[in-house]
Write a protein that binds this ligand. Structure first.
Ligand SMILES: *[C@@H]1O[C@H](CO)[C@@H](O)[C@H](O)[C@H]1NC(C)=O
Ligand SMILES: *[C@@H]1O[C@H](CO)[C@@H](O)[C@H](O)[C@H]1NC(C)=O
Ligand SMILES: *[C@@H]1O[C@H](CO)[C@@H](O)[C@H](O)[C@H]1NC(C)=O
Ligand SMILES: *[C@@H]1O[C@H](CO)[C@@H](O)[C@H](O)[C@H]1NC(C)=O
Ligand SMILES: *[C@@H]1O[C@H](CO)[C@@H](O)[C@H](O)[C@H]1NC(C)=O
Length: 349
């Protein structure tokens, strides 16, 4: 059996050996005033704005959506999610969920959101994986819904925020298998980024992994008071491999580097360390906590009794539920990201 200390040592050693001297993402973009005209979004619940089906997910029930738009619409938050903040930053409307595009063809000009809660780069319990989501865009291109020029003026955002790890840890969980799993996940994610670029998308943006060990699902055993540093090591390994991989891709085309990583690890960490800057209190404790052992928000028991508790003011919470930031949380993360060169890059063609 492996103790957490052993895992920690293995991970640290691996990071040190693997990386020696390859940190930092250098991207020099050709700068024009013409930012992306369309946003195509892929990945998981950090970006899903309503693809996940009613009946499967709590995100279609109360109290989700209570801050925005005032009712549940499938977003895994009390309000806006990451996609909405990126779209606003690009001065675009939040792209329509793929499941609804036929109902609102006039919205296609802003792009499409294919992201689906619960999914990963590999298969998880349900939902279309990244390969399948990208296949849906490929089909729309074949059907001439989008032209080469549309794609050339578009940005793809990919979120791989940890469902693969949850799936791995719950179905396999072997610590010896974990490092190879991180390697294969980053490899698969990189293949997906390359495929998107191959479809003609101008810029491909991927989020780095947030500090996984600070998610309430991990901090619950510590009464939401401290992060699981072992789990955070997984994020660091993942992110360092991803940086390495993306640097290699950009070095192959120095005149027009197309791949950008958003540093979720540092932006989440900055907010969690200095929450008062954003008027956030008790940052590791989610606003909505289930009373059952799974802590999941939104369940309703017999006689319509809520099986969760809600905080007084979601605007003061960083996390909404056990894995997702609140709207205020995403706002704060986005403010931190705005300080990074990577975010400025996404506005340039
Ligand atoms: C993604 O899902 C498709 C369809 O179920 C499957 O054929 C494919 O193997 C999956 N890809 C990965 C990388 O898991
Ligand atoms: C994409 O757009 C840029 C800037 O408008 C242009 O220089 C380039 O040739 C276009 N590429 C393709 C493949 O259309
Ligand atoms: C589980 O981990 C072991 C290594 O300990 C590996 O051989 C096996 O393929 C893994 N299984 C899955 C489903 O990932
Ligand atoms: C990386 O992906 C390629 C393409 O799918 C695959 O052939 C290769 O085996 C993968 N490598 C690892 C280490 O997973
Ligand atoms: C911390 O995270 C590691 C890796 O996921 C896990 O094995 C361990 O059980 C966690 N510790 C606690 C106290 O939950």
């Amino acid at each position: 059996m492996y103790s957490y200390n052993t895992l920690f040592t293995l991970l640290s050693l691996f990071v040190i050996l693997y990386l020696s001297g390859q940190r930092g993402l250098q991207v020099e973009g050709g700068k024009t005033k013409n930012g992306p005209k369309k946003l195509f979004v892929f990945g998981d619940s950090y970006c899903d704005t309503g693809n996940i089906k009613k009946g499967i997910a709590n995100s279609w029930g109360k109290p989700y959506g209570v801050s925005f738009p005032g009712k549940p619409v499938g977003r895994f938050s009390d309000g806006r999610v990451f996609t909405d903040f990126i779209a606003k930053y690009l001065k675009l409307k939040s792209p329509i969920p793929f499941s609804l595009w036929k109902l609102a063809p006039n919205r296609l000009k802003y792009g499409i959101n294919f992201a689906f809660g619960g999914t990963g780069a590999f298969d998880t319990l349900y939902g279309p994986n990244l390969t399948t989501q990208i296949g849906s865009l490929e089909k729309l291109i074949k059907d001439k819904v989008y032209t080469a020029s549309d794609l050339n003026h578009s940005l793809a955002l990919v979120s791989v925020a940890g469902n693969d790890y949850n799936h791995y840890l719950t179905t396999n969980g072997s610590l010896t298998g974990l490092i190879p799993f991180v390697v294969s996940l980053v490899n698969q994610t990189t293949n997906d980024l390359i495929r998107l670029k191959g479809l003609g998308v101008n810029k491909v943006v991927v989020d780095g992994l947030q500090p996984f060990g600070c998610l309430p699902i991990q901090t619950a055993p510590f009464s939401f008071q401290k992060c699981n540093e072992t789990a955070n090591q997984i994020s660091s390994l993942h992110n360092n491999l991803l940086i390495d991989s993306v640097n290699k891709l950009n070095n192959q085309n120095k005149d027009h580097p197309s791949f950008i990583i958003l540093n979720f690890f540092d932006s989440f960490t900055s907010v969690l360390k200095n929450p008062s800057k954003y008027n956030i209190q008790n940052p590791l404790k989610p606003c909505c906590v289930g009373v059952s052992s799974e802590y999941s928000c939104g369940n309703v028991g017999k006689n319509n009794v809520n099986k969760y508790t809600l905080c007084d003011d979601p605007k003061k919470a960083f996390f909404w539920d056990i894995v997702h930031p609140s709207q205020a949380g995403w706002h704060a993360v986005f403010e931190e990201l705005k300080k990074t060169e990577a975010l400025r890059q996404i506005r340039h063609h």
